[in-house]
Each structure stands twice: as C-alpha cells, then as structure tokens.
Design a protein around this ligand. Structure first.
Ligand code: GCO
Length: 260
C-alpha cells in the first residue's frame, strides 16, 4: 500500500473549501499529505481550515484569486518558503454560469474562462517551476462531463472544461520528461452546492441525471477521493495526460430509450 502513501507530501488544493475540492483534500490528507488550501474569499476559507484541523489534518489557508497572476506568484512563493515544497497541485477552483448562449454577456463568458481555464494555467505554471527543477510533481486538473459533452446553458463552462482537458495533455507533453505528471479527473454529476439548483426533487434535470447515469444516482463527493489519491501518488508515475472520468458510467452510454 506504500505505493499510494502521501506521507511527507504537501498538496495544494485551490478552492478546497467545500464540495468536491474538500472531499479530495480530505482523501489526500488521509493518505498522509499536508494540505494547503486556497480561496478568493477569507471567511469560508477560515471555516474550512478549522474543519480540516478538527478532523486531525495539517492544513493552512492562503487567500488569493487564482486569476490574478501577480497575487498568485507572491502566494506560491510564500507557500514554498513556509512548506519547503509543493508536491501536488489540484486545480479545483471553478465557477459555472448557467445561461443560454444567446442571453450570455461576453463579460460573463470571459469570467468563466478566466477562473476555470486561465486560473489552472497560472497555478500550474507557477507551481511547476520548482517541480521541474526537483524532477518530481503531480498536477491534477478538475475537468467535467462538459470536457466531452455539450448541453444547454453551459457554453462558457463547457468551453473552459474542454480547454482544460487539452491544457492537461499539453502540459503533460511538456513536463513528462521532468517526471511531472499532469492528469485530470472528470467528475460526473455529484451532489454538491454547485449542482444544488438542478438537483431539487421535481426538477426535470434531477430525474434526467438519475436515469442518464448507469449507476442510477448522483455521485457522492467521497467517490472522488480514491482517484485523487491515485493520481497524486507514486502508483500513477507513468500515467500522463489522461482524464479519468468518475461518472457512474455516463460517458459509456447513449442513455436509455423511454419506451424500452
Ligand atoms: C451542468 C454542469 C455541472 C456539473 C458537472 C458535470 O450540467 O450544469 O455541467 O453542473 O456539475 O461539471 O460534470
């Protein structure tokens, strides 16, 4: 089981204050990693750090916006000074706006791309500098079903998540020779605050997802922890540029006909 151990490693999870980010961070901490958690707003970050500490994990918070290159550069330098090194980067911070393309403001489209795609580029570039020098590092990007599939209302989010899949492959190509693995996790539909508005009982999308998912249920955030630990650990040292979809089988199927 040593293959999966993260003892002595430091893991940075952007936006790891709730939902999928928090579940992955807990998984990494349970495998032995020390946590660095970032968020653009201080209060929910402080609450999350308190939660991690109560649960018995080593966790430190840093407040900054991943889209602000200057701020991010300063903060990453501060983290490296305080923690010695960053072994694992999980680019988890993200936003979604559910608006039909015809009604979407260009400024909102840009905002989603900025947080969900440019943010991971900035953070990867900053953190990989030392990884490349050390010849060791793991970067995990959080993709989506929308890295593969379109749907109404989410054109900006899908553009960003599709881009993030290709950023994953490109960075893997550039950094593999330095023993840095860049992979991604593509979550299916999970029960989090992000999906709360489309998950309520009676909402047609709620029924749709349950019938569209071969597993017949929404994912539980904890369903992601194992894949995060795997991609952060030595067990995945020769895997590079992959997206592992953790989706209860959604991408395996066209779906069921109503009158079968
Ligand atoms: C949607 C969005 C998100 C999903 C997720 C799917 O369909 O509105 O895609 O809500 O949570 O990213 O992988």
């Amino acid at each position: 089981m040593n293959l999966f151990s993260l003892e002595g490693k430091t893991a940075l999870v952007t936006g790891g204050i709730h939902g999928l980010g928090m579940a992955m961070a807990e998984g990494l901490a349970k495998a032995g990693a020390e946590l660095i958690i970032t968020n653009n707003v201080k209060e929910p970050l402080d609450e999350a750090i308190e939660y991690y500490k109560k649960a018995g994990y080593a966790a430190t918070g840093y407040v900054f916006d991943v889209t602000d290159e200057k701020q991010a550069e300063k903060q990453v330098a501060a983290m490296e000074a305080a923690h010695g090194k960053i072994d694992i980067l999980v680019n988890n911070a993200g936003i979604i706006m559910r608006v039909l393309a015809l009604d979407m403001e260009v400024a909102d489209y840009r905002k989603v791309i900025d947080v969900d795609l440019v943010g991971p580029f900035i953070m990867s570039k900053l953190v990989a500098k030392a990884m490349v020098k050390r010849k060791s590092g793991k970067i995990i990007n959080i993709c989506s079903m929308m890295s593969e599939l379109g749907r109404d209302n989410v054109s900006a989010y899908a553009s960003a998540k599709g881009g993030l899949k290709m950023l994953t492959k490109s960075l893997a190509t550039e950094w593999a020779k330095y023993n840095v693995q860049v992979n991604a996790i593509g979550p299916g539909y999970f029960a989090t605050s992000q999906t709360a508005p489309i998950r309520v009982d009676g909402h047609p999308f709620n029924e749709f997802i349950i019938s569209r998912t071969p597993a017949g249920r929404w994912g539980d955030p904890e369903d992601l922890a194992g894949t995060a630990v795997f991609l952060a650990s030595d067990a995945s040292n020769f895997i590079n540029g992959q997206v592992i979809y953790v989706d209860g089988g959604i991408l395996a199927t066209l779906g069921k006909a109503a009158n079968e």
